[in-house]
Design a protein around this ligand. Structure first.
Ligand SMILES: [Zn+2]
Length: 341
């Protein structure tokens, strides 16, 4: 905990890189496991805390998949989504673009229309009851290949989903070349969706160039390896292509050796727009407030610097102009009020 902790806790924030299933906190997993007593996942909160203590990356994947297995029907999807918004409201996250992987659910037998109805119902309820505005990024799970790409594009384009704003690509990068997904991104962009693939998290800068040149990325998920290529950093700065930086996630997955060596400083020094995000927060033992405190330490920010960081996220989000102006004004008012105390 830092002395900025109370300021960060109350600061209105926007989150642009956070995953749906990856946001299932022990509280939510317990609720889901109670609905499916036949699963191996414990329902008792203490046992769950143990269950969420990862021995290594393979164990993390195992636990993640056991949570995926708890999402079996539209009610599970609705519960997960709404309860994520409740966890966001507690942190004063006012707007989030949640990365959702419809393929994980439709390939497990949830019809796509029912899946979309469930997330949309949670979205409208979260906005009305919790004051959290949600939008969706439908992402291709890269490890599932072109079949998943085809299915994700089909759901994104054929189903009417009001909250959908962008199209993404996640999963492992090694052995999953970005250019093969170009036709699906082309379709999504043509239909008015924004392009936000993950790139340069676990592979080098070429993956980021591919995301820019082949997938026409408007923001980059992670982009950690961008600092290995000065020409790329210049390009990102010049074209105002933001990076969605997730510091603690990068340590948990060993994309970066330790926090003090995180390249976020070099990104900012090069003039690249940086946003701070939590990725799979409960799975990495973090939340967005903690990530803001980490950023404050790494970038030596005070309250004003943190407010600017929050406004960066609002500015490069896919929220409508009126929504952006309102949230930016809230950040300014909160910060001015805090500094006057
Ligand atoms: Zn991610």
């Amino acid at each position: 905990m830092t002395d900025l902790q109370p300021f960060v806790a109350g600061l209105p924030k926007a989150e642009l890189h956070v995953h749906h299933v990856g946001s299932a906190s022990p509280r939510i997993v317990s609720a889901l496991a109670s609905r499916h007593p036949d699963s191996a996942v414990p329902t008792d909160p203490e046992a769950l805390a143990d269950y969420f203590t990862f021995r290594d990356f393979a164990h993390f994947v195992e636990v993640y998949l056991s949570v995926v297995d708890l999402i079996r029907d539209p009610q599970d999807v609705r519960l997960l989504t709404y309860e994520i918004a409740r966890d966001m409201a507690r942190q004063n996250i006012r707007y989030a673009e949640l990365t959702v992987t419809p393929f994980s659910s439709t390939s497990r037998g949830i019809p796509d229309a029912a899946f979309i109805e469930a997330i949309e119902d949670a979205r409208t309820a979260a906005e009305a009851e919790l004051g959290v505005v949600l939008r969706w990024c439908f992402d291709i799970p890269g490890e599932a290949g072109l079949r998943a790409a085809e299915e994700t594009a089909r759901i994104a384009l054929r189903q009417r989903c009001e909250g959908l704003v962008s199209f993404g690509l996640g999963g492992p990068e090694k052995g999953v070349a970005r250019p093969q997904f170009k036709p699906y991104f082309d379709q999504a962009i043509e239909a008015g969706l924004h392009s936000v693939p993950h790139a340069g998290e676990t592979t080098g800068p070429q993956t980021i160039w591919d995301a820019l040149n082949e997938l026409r990325a408007e923001r980059i998920g992670h982009g950690t390896s961008a600092t290995q290529d000065p020409r790329l950093l210049d390009h990102l700065a010049e074209h105002r292509i933001p990076l969605e930086v997730c510091p603690t996630s990068n340590i948990a997955t060993r994309a970066v050796a330790d926090l003090d060596r995180h390249p976020v400083r070099e990104m900012v020094a090069a003039g690249v727009i940086v946003t701070i995000n939590s990725d799979d927060p409960p799975m990495f033992g973090t939340d967005l407030n903690t990530e803001y405190e980490v950023a404050a330490r790494l970038l030596e920010l005070d309250e004003r610097g943190l407010a600017d960081l929050a406004k960066n996220a609002v500015d490069v989000s896919f929220l409508d102009p009126a929504g952006k102006a309102k949230l930016a004004a809230e950040i300014d008012a909160y910060t001015a009020d805090w500094l006057r105390r």
